[in-house]
Design a protein around this ligand. Structure first.
Ligand SMILES: Cc1cc2nc3c(=O)[nH]c(=O)nc-3n(C[C@H](O)[C@H](O)[C@H](O)COP(=O)(O)OP(=O)(O)OC[C@H]3O[C@@H](n4cnc5c(N)ncnc54)[C@H](O)[C@@H]3O)c2cc1C
Length: 383
């Protein structure tokens, strides 16, 4: 294990591993430090939707970033398979967003007008695709959206990065970081590793690194619960998205049903009430699922931010300290573009100013306070 590396990435979720992958591809010596096992926090809880059009209502830089990231998955799935042997189970069957009343129908019609290439299906058209659904009054077919298997994506990024010389330290918590003469000294358990660059990709736990460097803590933990059923016959081929529920049919025969959403809540237990609420919605839509096998249920905490957008960029005052966090409901969708973007930033390649402005950590600067006013070092111990 090298004691001095080009880049240390704090956090081995899908975002940290994607960054390590793109940096390793550019021959930058990168070490990911993960306090538990890679991918076992928010990443593992995700349904894996690549929901460009369920997550956007209008065109703009964020929409384009989502679209670019989704588009990267097609070649990435082959590239990752050849480097890691892992199939990320990319599904390109599209997503069907369904209206069950007139108000939702009007909203979806407006969305159709806002974007190119979305197809409107009337009630009959919906029933042709999902025969069990009697309540649909129409829906938007988002042909190019799809889903992946989140933990496999993370694992594939990890293995591919390791195969290109990347390093990973698991079960090891990052403590204090000291910035001295352009080198970062990173405390890990009873050891220190030094690096020229640090990327904070610690998901919902990233807040301390903002605070320790004179910025506001922008993180808003948002708990979410899902469950999976394993139906005896797989009659649904496409992801179905409703205003209070989604259903993602996975290749292994599971239907993932999600998700609850509790703002400012970082509890990691799965609540009876949360699952009851989801089941209730599901069974109203698909009464026949009552007889199907309940497979599992789980919880994750989404790394939300105060203004709802990810934070990807260099600290306004500390050169070579980067943040890549706050991907909220879209970390799986945005992992490829985020990894590529951070590697471009570290390597000082061209990054469009609209992207820099959209994601800049500068949004969370404290009025009239600089890092130098607060302290000389960046620190963040504890759990
Ligand atoms: C129920 C649910 C459904 C979702 N569905 C989707 C979906 O369909 N599509 C989509 O795109 N997104 C979805 N998401 C969102 C997605 O899961 C997240 O945006 C994404 O996983 C964030 O990745 P991350 O790497 O930033 O965070 P994480 O996966 O949480 O990784 C951060 C890592 O940092 C580590 N860490 C923290 N502190 C330290 C430290 N001090 N030292 C070392 N390591 C540390 C943690 O252990 C963790 O492994 C969903 C989320 C939930 C909860």
């Amino acid at each position: 294990m090298k004691r001095h590396v080009d880049v240390v990435v704090i956090g081995g979720g899908v975002i940290g591993q994607s960054i390590a992958y793109y940096l390793s591809k550019s021959r930058v010596v990168t070490t990911v430090i993960e306090q538990g096992r890679s991918g076992r926090k928010a990443t593992q809880a995700a349904a894996g939707m690549l929901g460009v059009h369920t997550e956007n209502d209008q065109e703009g830089t964020y929409y384009q970033f989502c679209q670019a990231s989704r588009n990267m998955y097609a070649s990435l799935s082959k590239e990752l398979f050849s480097l890691s042997g892992i199939d990320i189970q990319l599904s390109t069957n599209g997503i069907l967003e369904i209206a069950t009343n007139e108000e939702q129908k009007q909203r979806l019609r407006a969305k159709q007008n806002a974007f190119e290439g979305l197809e409107w299906l009337d009630a009959e058209g919906i029933r042709k695709r999902t025969s069990a659904l009697s309540q649909a009054v129409g829906g938007l077919y988002m042909r190019r959206d799809g889903h992946v298997e989140p933990l496999k994506v993370c694992e594939a990024f990890k293995q591919a990065s390791l195969s290109m010389g990347g390093q990973l330290i698991e079960n090891c918590q990052v403590g204090e970081i000291v910035h001295d003469h352009d080198v970062f000294h990173i405390q890990i358990d009873n050891d220190v590793i030094s690096a020229d660059h640090v990327v904070v990709a610690a998901g919902v736990k990233s807040g301390r690194w903002f605070e320790a460097t004179g910025l506001m803590n922008p993180m808003v933990p948002t708990k979410g619960e899902c469950f999976a059923i394993k139906p005896s016959i797989q009659s649904i081929q496409q992801t179905l998205f409703f205003h209070n529920l989604y259903l993602v049919p996975k290749r292994d025969g599971r239907y993932i049903i999600g998700a609850t959403s509790y703002h400012d809540d970082s509890n990691s237990y799965t609540s009876t009430g949360g699952i009851f609420e989801l089941m209730n919605h599901l069974l109203k839509l698909f009464p026949s699922f009552k007889q199907e096998e309940l497979h599992s249920c789980w919880t994750g905490v989404r790394p939300g931010t105060k203004d709802g957008k990810p934070i990807i960029g260099e600290h306004p005052e500390i050169p070579h300290l980067y943040f890549a966090t706050g991907h909220y409901r879209n970390g799986i969708l945005l992992a490829p573009a985020t990894g590529k973007l951070v590697s471009d930033m570290v390597l000082k390649r061209y990054v469009p100013s609209s992207i820099q402005r959209l994601f800049t950590p500068n949004r969370f600067r404290k009025e009239g306070i600089t890092y130098a006013d607060t302290r000389e070092r960046t620190s963040g111990g504890g759990s």
